[in-house]
Write a protein that binds this ligand. Structure first.
Ligand SMILES: Cc1cc2nc3c(=O)[nH]c(=O)nc-3n(C[C@H](O)[C@H](O)[C@H](O)COP(=O)(O)OP(=O)(O)OC[C@H]3O[C@@H](n4cnc5c(N)ncnc54)[C@H](O)[C@@H]3O)c2cc1C
Length: 446
């Protein structure tokens, strides 16, 4: 098990290396960072072999599953890069309502398989995102305001440690490492080969509401949204997106889109859950108003993906905040005034107040989540657009409680993503399980 898998590893300079490197990144903007060797694992033996190789050659290890880290956190100079995208086995126990799935499993693929057997898991909102990176960082998925960030439904993990040991971790086995695996995100210090998941019954109804407003109403809409944040039914995920993609907003004019899913037991309940959204004080000025429509999960995935076109170059940044609308509006106006063309967008999510969470590394969230995504095609526009998310979030940082790791940009803007207490504990657990620093850590931290 000491040697790297035949035909499935590429040293820097080998034929096939560059295409293997580029294929590890979903974003078309592939950073100029070059691992020494890329290992395309298909099973746990490959992972163990790569770790032994790294140890014998004193190399650090980085890992990717779906490659959807906006910053391509796994691309590190000189690393042994473990590409886990082929480790995507899935078994579902419908009676026990559990599943065991490999980190390379796409969240939307898992959601579709569960949907077909009447089950549900809070998978992420986009196609292509794999459960590997998604579950380690928290996991803001369908119905997560009710069932919690998806990492709360990870009941155990199969991992390979820095020493190449294959272990199962859960609340009773290696509890510290299990604690870390739910929130450490791109700083986790073991390789996950499988997640053991708790499943839920498929909600009977997935309802949706959809409004689009002219950009001139930004003050009224965001002030209203902030005011109702504690009152939005937890089954409703109120996402407000500023985008230039709404045709009847006027040529090249941004609009504010409020597209919200709600999972419920009956259509009447779903409609009731949306009532508050129809009470927006400027609802009569909406460009489009659809207070309720049934919508399948597959259609939601298609709709969401229109904001994340696959052939674009991206940067992202974000913040959690409890600030008032009055405090946030100057920064929001700066964002709206400089909003780049579609698919760039500004996301406002009414998330909290949150219930008590499990004891896990994930520990930082606030009432409102703000995120910026810049997306463009021409590499010559890198300078024009790439800093838009970072610079705007940096200018609002005094209003932030911290950031989500989902949309992290830590290499460019170090920020807090767990409580100070949990960061200290993460450092202690890392020192225990990875004393030699075999695994690359976050690209930046406070
Ligand atoms: C288009 C798009 C939509 C998104 N939508 C959502 C969303 O709805 N909700 C949400 O919460 N997030 C969302 N995200 C963020 C996404 O969840 C994170 O970027 C996540 O890390 C992606 O997981 P991945 O496996 O695809 O990425 P990767 O880039 O492969 O992984 C990210 C990091 O996780 C670690 N990692 C990955 N696999 C393993 C493993 N097997 N063992 C140990 N460490 C590992 C590595 O450090 C790696 O650098 C979205 C991202 C994109 C690009």
């Amino acid at each position: 098990m000491g040697s790297l898998p035949e035909g499935r590893h590429f040293f820097h300079g080998d034929d096939g290396y560059e295409s293997a490197r580029q294929a590890t990144v979903w974003n078309q903007r592939v950073p100029d960072r070059y691992p020494d060797v890329i290992v395309q694992a298909v099973d746990t033996d490959d992972v163990v072999a790569a770790l032994r190789y790294a140890k014998a050659n004193n190399k650090q290890v980085s890992i990717k599953s779906g490659g959807h880290s906006w910053a391509a956190s796994h691309l590190r100079d000189g690393a042994v890069l473990l590409d886990m995208s082929r480790v995507d086995q899935t078994s579902i126990d419908t009676d026990a309502m559990t599943a065991v799935a490999g980190p390379g499993k796409g969240g939307s693929a898992l959601a579709a398989e569960l949907d077909a057997v009447g089950l549900f898991f809070p998978a992420g909102h986009c196609k292509g995102v794999c459960i590997g990176g998604y579950l380690l960082q928290g996991g803001y998925g369908w119905n997560s305001r009710v069932v919690g960030p998806a990492c709360e439904s990870v009941v155990g993990l199969d991992v390979v440690t820095a020493d190449g040991d294959t272990i199962y971790i859960d609340a009773d086995h290696h509890p510290d490492l299990y604690w870390a695996a739910r929130g450490a995100g791109p700083g986790f210090f073991a390789v996950v080969t499988a997640f053991h998941l708790k499943l839920y019954p498929k909600p009977a109804v997935l309802g949706s509401s959809f409004y689009a407003y002219p950009i001139e109403l930004a003050d009224e809409i965001f002030t209203w949204a902030r005011g109702i944040s504690a009152d939005v039914d937890r089954r409703v995920e109120l996402q407000i997106v500023a985008t230039r993609s709404v045709p009847n907003a006027g040529i090249d004019r941004p609009a504010i889109v409020m597209a919200s899913p709600a999972f419920a037991d009956t259509e009447a309940e779903a409609k009731k859950a949306f009532t508050l959204l129809d009470q927006c004080p400027v609802v009569d000025k909406a460009l489009i108003a659809v207070p309720y429509a049934p919508m399948a999960l597959a259609d939601w995935y298609t709709a969401v993906m229109s904001n994340y076109l696959e052939d674009h170059r991206y940067t992202a940044d974000n913040m959690w905040t409890n600030a008032s609308a009055a405090e946030l509006m100057p920064g929001i106006h700066r964002i709206l005034d400089t909003l780049p063309p579609h698919p760039a967008h500004f996301l406002w999510l009414n998330w909290g107040p949150s219930p008590q969470r499990q004891d896990m590394a994930y520990s930082l969230e606030s009432e409102i989540y703000l995120a910026l995504y810049a997306g463009w095609m021409d590499p010559q526009d890198d300078e024009k657009y790439s800093d838009w998310p970072r610079s705007n979030m940096a200018s609002m940082a005094s209003l932030a409680t911290g950031i989500q790791l989902a949309d992290e940009n830590l290499g460019r803007r170090p920020a807090k993503f767990v409580t100070d207490e949990n960061m200290a504990r993460l450092d202690r657990v890392r020192a225990q399980y990875d004393p030699d620093g075999r695994f690359h850590s976050w690209m930046g931290r406070l």
